[in-house]
Write a protein of this length. Structure first.
Length: 574
């Protein structure tokens, strides 16, 4: 029988003084776990074995009790350790989210162009040149021995000649044997040389292949690095695509918790130098909920303590404001080419609508900030929500309610150049450039477009005046008792960026007419000052992309090409 941790020596016989009789048998027992030692003796071997078994059983039961206690203690220690570890992880997760804004202040968000380049060495070693096997050397050529003659051989010529012949025959045999060995060595050495030449040929082929692979590797590496240089040059030359690529790298380098999404869309408006960011913000389910984990000894279980819902909602709101400011900060700080004058940020959250049970994706905050104003802010000391409100950001009082809001400026999800054909005296089709069309046709187009927009609610649209400068006033009457009323719509058939003065003029008209809202529609884009002025006022700015989207909404198709329009207008003036 074997027992764990038990060592038993071989039984020893003890004899009487005369050596004629065995008095007893004995052995030593030692338990390594208990650190106990005992000598067992008995007059007979079978009795000794029984006593050993009894002692071993006693020690085993004692050790089982100790091991059980140790296991329980170890399990408790492991559970306490796990509870402490999970608590520390929970605290770290919250701390990381709380420091989202402060963290970025210690990071240089500019793109390190040199770090983008490939600099790794070719990983394969050059094939080792094979060394030839050692060749065999010739044995020394046998030398002819000179016979030593005895007295009789010197006296008798026949005996002397016989001995000479024997020596000659022996020498001839030695020469033949030597030449045979020499021939075999020649054959061996030739085979060695041929084998080596074959290995050299294969080695040369491998070296050529290795050289081709290395050159291809270096070529691709150089081509990639040249692309990086071209991208850098193009970025500093204010190429729109390169600016978008650069901004994408900046935001992609931003480090966030793994539970946060990192999805966004970018659009750059070169005329106004505005970067539009459509950013997917984390849902409230992405917020950490575990505050602490404790081990309950009486129940032998881990118990999780959760943050109250009010804290999670507060953390969610603060986090979204921090991500918004952080993203804008990263873009402005990294703007080495001074390509961006303003950022328009729209924050989207995808979550289950508790009222409908359906997954929805809504914009819940929007803000537009000019760089010249934002860089004056000390983000290390701001309250993110107050800072957001200071710059006239739009959001509900509690972001956790996921209340949808209208973005100040939004990336068009549609084709920005073409929409369905439009029935205006058969003059408009998919090739018609709205920015260059006849001003009277443009007036008629705007009227019919907003007629369709308000028709579903029983609204009425009237054109009150038009001017050859491309401006047109349209008055819409919306009967909706909540959002309706008199709406002033002005359309600008412009090919240049719309200035803030046009927005001021519209606002003045809205006030003078006692209208509830003003809508400014332009075939071009607006400058940052125009958006800034419209903040907080009952003014909606629709650029060319919005106009095309509105047309598509009602099933029509056309295009806007500002460059082409400028050429056409210039030629018509000649």
């Amino acid at each position: 029988m074997s027992y764990k941790h038990l060592n038993v020596s071989t039984a020893e016989a003890h004899w009487n003084a005369t050596g004629t009789r065995i008095l007893k048998y004995s052995l030593e027992m030692y338990h390594e776990g208990l650190k106990e030692h005992k000598i067992i003796s008995a007059p007979e071997l079978d009795i000794l074995q029984n006593k050993v078994n009894l002692q071993a059983q006693k020690w085993m039961e004692k050790w089982d009790v100790i091991e059980t206690k140790q296991r329980k203690y170890a399990q408790m220690e492991a559970s306490i350790s796990e509870a402490q570890m999970r608590t520390a992880e929970a605290e770290t997760a919250v701390r990381a989210i709380e420091n989202l804004l402060l963290h970025t202040l210690s990071v240089d968000d500019s793109v390190n162009w040199d770090s983008l380049k490939k600099k790794d060495n070719f990983s394969e070693d050059c094939p080792v040149k094979p060394q030839p096997k050692p060749k065999k050397s010739y044995p020394e050529q046998p030398e002819k021995e000179v016979p030593v003659f005895s007295l009789m051989e010197r006296i008798f010529k026949s005996k002397k000649e016989r001995k000479i012949k024997q020596y000659n025959d022996l020498f001839a045999v030695s020469i033949l044997s030597w030449e045979k060995v020499k021939s075999e060595i020649d054959i061996y050495n030739q085979s060695i040389e041929q084998e080596h030449q074959l290995e050299l040929q294969k080695w040369n082929e491998r070296v050529e292949e290795w050289t081709r692979s290395k050159n291809e590797f270096l070529k691709l590496q150089e081509e990639f690095n040249v692309k990086i240089d071209h991208l850098k040059e193009s970025y500093y030359n204010l190429n729109s695509d390169s600016i978008l690529e650069y901004c994408d790298m900046v935001l992609n380098n931003s480090d966030y918790p793994d539970t946060f999404p990192k999805n966004y869309e970018l659009e750059y408006i070169p005329e106004s130098k505005i970067l539009i960011i459509e950013y997917e913000l984390p849902s409230i389910d992405s917020m950490p909920t575990i505050k602490e984990v404790k081990y309950i000894a009486s129940k032998k279980e881990l118990k999780e303590t959760y943050y109250p819902e009010s804290y999670t909602q507060k953390l969610f709101d603060e986090t979204l404001y921090k991500i918004t400011l952080r993203t804008i900060h990263e873009i402005f700080e990294a703007d080495a080419a001074n390509a961006i004058d303003a950022v328009s940020f729209n924050g989207w959250v995808e979550a289950i609508n508790k009222a409908t049970g359906k997954l929805e994706n809504n914009c819940i905050l929007t803000i537009q900030i000019k760089k010249i104003d934002f860089i004056k802010v000390d983000l290390a000391n701001v309250d993110p929500k107050i800072c957001f409100r200071k710059f006239k950001g739009v959001a509900s009082s509690k972001l956790s309610t996921l209340t949808p809001i209208q973005p100040l400026l939004q990336i068009s999800k549609q084709d920005k150049r073409f929409i369905e054909g439009y029935e205006v005296a058969n003059q408009i089709d998919s090739t018609t450039n709205l920015a260059a069309m006849n001003w009277e046709d443009f007036e008629h187009l705007i009227r019919q477009l907003f007629e369709k927009e308000f028709l579903s609610n029983g609204g009425e649209v009237r054109v009150t005046q038009a001017s050859r400068d491309g401006g047109v006033d349209v008055v819409a009457f919306d009967p909706d008792p909540i959002r309706g009323g008199k709406i002033i719509i002005q359309a600008k058939r412009y090919t240049n960026t719309v200035s803030v003065s046009a927005v001021r003029d519209l606002y003045g008209t809205v006030v003078n007419e006692g209208a509830t809202k003003g809508i400014l529609v332009s075939t071009a884009d607006y400058g940052p000052d125009a958006y800034e002025f419209a903040k907080g006022k009952p003014i909606t700015l629709l650029n060319g992309s919005n106009l095309l989207h509105l047309l598509e909404k009602h099933g029509h198709r056309a295009k806007i090409d500002l460059r082409e329009a400028k050429k056409i207008i210039a030629e018509n003036k000649k």
